[in-house]
Design a protein around this ligand. Structure first.
Ligand code: MTE
Length: 332
């Protein structure tokens, strides 16, 4: 029998039913009978019960970009909270490709992060495929301290390493008619068992999107590392997004493609549960999630609950991107 000992920093979820629990239950109700009949539930259930892994997986030992770190810190991005100790960040993750619990760091080690190419396509001057190390060499690298607020009402503060998404947009040379950038995660069901058939029919690969105005806002950041080192695989190595004024599900991990388009992309969670998750996902303490409050957040690494701030405290930089009377849809 699996017995899970609660770690010191885990406190009971009073405000939020984790999405994973809810979605799994919902999917079971919706399609469980068929899946059970097909015998597909058993392997899935095993793969998703990886509780209690004691090993902490840090930056990949064979990451060829290791020598580039640490990046110069950009002091324009300050925090009014302590940085979350890296151990919390390395062991408490959402990455549904590898399972629906928070403890997916072990299965995530199966991901091969080299060779890794990034495709730029859609409404661009010329489509191209670029190797991640070539991309890193072309970008102005820096470190920024950011808040990270999950829709599940927990938060962290992270020293991310990477480069401004605006620089990547410049590099991609979008056409003037492009209104959105759509981002896509790798697809490899053999490695990422959550993506295999029988995993509740989620619409893999994971997709996210931003307007061009959001993507070129100073705050939008492409992440390649954290804590002055390359990113651990479970945190989205070798390339993920950080949009700290939005709920964490916008911060797509393991990105392989940027598509410039004039059509608003449909995000992964929006596709699954459109009544609960939208395209905009801007943090707003006054707009509750349909099943829990967003007024407060549990700060991981401390025993604190603190009030959540509009746009997660970044209103000065980003509120102007949205209408003054922005309705509920902008905050879910
Ligand atoms: N990206 C992919 N590809 N798959 C995911 O399941 N989860 C999202 C986001 N990016 C997710 C993803 C969610 S819900 C959150 S809160 C953050 O990643 C979690 O990032 P962290 O594990 O580094 O805290």
């Amino acid at each position: 029998m699996l017995v899970r000992r609660r770690k010191s920093w885990e406190v009971p979820e009073r405000h939020a039913t984790p999405e994973s629990v809810f979605l799994d239950r919902r999917a079971l109700l919706a399609g469980g009978a068929g899946l059970l009949a097909a015998g597909a539930m058993a392997p899935h259930a095993r793969a998703f019960s990886l509780f209690g892994s004691s090993k902490v997986y840090g930056p990949p030992a064979d990451d060829p970009s290791t020598g580039l770190y640490p990046f110069r810190r950009n002091d324009a991005y300050k925090l009014d909270r302590d940085v979350t100790p890296e151990g919390f960040n390395y062991t408490y993750n959402n990455y549904y490709e590898f399972g629906s619990s928070k403890e997916i760091s072990e299965p995530a080690q199966a991901l091969k992060i080299r060779p890794w190419t990034v495709t730029f396509d859609g409404m661009v001057e010329a489509e191209r495929v670029v190797d991640i190390d070539t991309l890193l060499a072309a970008m102005p690298l820096e470190e920024r301290l950011y808040r990270h607020r999950c829709v599940e009402a927990w938060s962290m503060t992270v020293p991310w390493s990477g480069f401004a998404l605006a620089e990547l947009v410049k590099y991609a040379k979008p056409l003037s008619g492009a209104k959105y950038v759509r981002m896509e995660t790798f697809m490899d069901p053999k490695v990422a068992r959550g993506q295999s058939t029988g995993s509740f029919g989620y619409p893999w690969p994971y997709v996210e999107g931003l307007t061009i105005e959001e993507a070129t806002n100073d705050l939008a950041f492409m992440v390649t590392g954290a804590y002055g080192k390359p990113l651990p695989k479970q945190m989205g190595s070798p390339l993920r997004l950080a949009t700290p004024w939005k709920y964490g599900f916008k911060s797509i991990k393991g990105i392989v493609k940027f598509t410039f388009t004039d059509e608003r992309p449909v995000s992964f969670w929006e596709d699954i549960l459109p009544r609960e998750y939208g395209f905009w996902a801007n943090v707003n303490p006054e707009v509750p999630h349909p099943r829990w409050s967003q007024a407060e957040e549990r700060v991981l690494g401390t025993r604190e609950k603190v009030p959540t701030l509009p746009f997660n405290g970044y209103g000065e930089q980003v509120a102007g991107l949205y209408p003054k009377d922005a309705g509920r849809e902008f905050f879910m």
